[in-house]
Design a protein around this ligand. Structure first.
Ligand code: CP
Ligand code: NVA
Length: 308
């Protein structure tokens, strides 16, 4: 049975733990010369710009022995009106897996339901689950545990926040988001995460309160790709929702600072914090490579769903 990775719910908590363990092994150099996916082909169908997701996947796929094929929807017949359904059915006959970065999360669902190969979400309007895997790995690496960690997210309840919230709920991380009214995480995602949570999930307005005694602080851009027309409104609404030295001083002394990148320095985070000693953003970006290799290896070599 093929397995997709569209959201954090597509893996059990036990599978997430296994995958993080494997990513740590791969990072240490274990199995560096094994090519478990030799002879396989994996496409990246990207409707939006990308530095980390694209390059870490292309490199990771190469290191696993497979071939990566990068496709811009405008350059294939999809861009001329061929349906998602037909594209999914045809590409399933050539490829072993596909990673899609798209606007509407429904496109991913439609693609996945019409394809016989694993479909991986490389970012949609609602989710960024590959990012959340690297976020979990980074927290685990730096704090040596996930359960009971206090994670504070300051800013927009966007795709990155939604996936982080799901990851926190699954792994027993206490999650607090501080955001302006109207910019909370998606209602359905929040409800499901809260219903299943092994930890506490709070939404509040005050960034200072949200980071109180936090082990890890996280932020992302105020204006995501595709929202450029809302830039002025969002810049006004999010004033004050910034990770800076004052906000950081309310967290634990050894708190780490995460950001999925790219960052807008001086907006959601100040330059001194982003480049400061508590920032782990470059390790976090590196961990995209290791977690995605572990994910691909898992989806392409162990497709049976394990018992929860
Ligand atoms: N964090 C992240 O997904 O970065 P890219 O947009 O560069 O892929
Ligand atoms: N929220 C951002 C994340 C980029 C990696 C966006 O969707 O543009």
């Amino acid at each position: 049975m093929k397995r997709d990775f569209l959201t954090l719910w597509d893996l059990s908590s036990q599978e997430i733990n296994l995958l993080l363990k494997r990513a740590i092994e791969l990072k240490s150099g274990k199995d560096a010369h094994k090519c478990p996916l030799i002879g396989r082909s994996i496409a990246l169908l990207f409707e939006k710009a990308s530095t980390r997701t694209r390059v870490s996947l292309e490199v990771g796929i190469y290191q696993l022995g497979a071939k990566a094929i990068y496709m811009n929807p405008k350059e294939i017949q999809l861009g001329r009106g061929e349906t998602v359904r037909d594209t999914a059915k045809v590409l399933s006959r050539y490829l072993d897996a596909i990673v899609i970065r798209t606007y509407s999360h429904n496109t991913l669902i439609e693609f996945a339901s019409n394809s016989s190969i694993p479909v991986i979400n490389g970012l949609s309007d609602l989710h960024h689950p590959c990012q959340a895997l690297a976020d979990l790995m980074t927290i685990l690496e730096k704090k040596k545990r996930l359960k009971g960690i206090r994670l504070a997210y300051i800013g927009d309840g966007n795709n990155v926040a939604n996936s982080l919230l799901e990851a926190a709920s699954r792994m027993g991380i206490n999650f607090t988001i501080a955001c302006p009214k109207g910019y909370e995480p998606d209602t359905d995602i929040l409800k499901r995460a809260r219903d299943a949570a092994k930890s506490e999930i709070f939404i509040m307005r005050d960034p200072g309160k949200a980071v109180d005694r936090a082990d890890a602080l996280y932020t992302d851009v105020w204006v995501s790709m595709g929202q450029e027309k809302d830039t002025k409104t969002k810049q006004a609404k999010f004033k004050g929702y910034q990770i800076n030295n004052t906000v950081l001083s309310y967290a634990k002394k050894d708190a780490i600072v995460l950001h999925c990148l790219p960052a807008h320095r001086g907006e959601e985070i100040t330059e001194d914090v982003l480049d400061g000693p508590q920032s782990v953003v470059i390790d976090q970006a590196e961990n995209r490579l290791h977690t995605q290799k572990a994910l691909l290896e898992f989806l392409l070599t162990r497709p049976i769903r394990e018992k929860k």
